[in-house]
Design a binder for this molecule. Sequence first.
Ligand SMILES: [Fe+2]
Length: 205
Amino acid sequence: MVGTRALAEAERDPSSRSAISPKNSPLLCTAKTISFPSSNFLVIAKKMGIEEEDLFIIEIGALLHDVGKIGVPDAILHKPGPLVVEEYQQIQEHPQKGKKILNNITYLAQAIPCVLHHHERFDGKGYPEKISGTDIPLPGRIISVADAFDAMTSDRPYRIRMSIEQAIGELNKNSGKQFDPKVVDAFVKIWKSGDLLQLMTSKEG
Ligand SMILES: [Fe+2]
């Protein structure tokens, strides 16, 4: 497994890809059927003080952040075992593929930072542009945390889900390396307040 566990879990998450199909349109309606951490993402965004008027476009970005996985073969996304280098490289192309898709849709262009930068790392070791710290647009830093948490706490064909406590532990362990410490702090505060548990319970119900 390449990179940290949290990063690898998020980028191989096949749930988004399997629900997106060229047969499904329009794009936004499709996105709303997908299991995405958009609720988690919005809660963090609000906690970090993002203005109300910016939340809608950020929500769209959260819904569409993995849309580029349309261009990654199912055999790779659903592969139960480790990926070879070439397969991993194909997965890493999905942010740029997503950007190309949104570039063609004028009213979604504002969501491109979410799509292009959700696999950047705070320490600059992510992709595709290897930017670091606050050079990474805030929506990208937020979705990185929400996406990793969602992947770690969901069952996959190759493993069972982590407990919430274990997932929070992974976020803390990677704070300042993979993740923006301020975003992790906001997320942990939401967890401690009980709001996150309430959100997850309502999602399962
Ligand atoms: Fe992704």
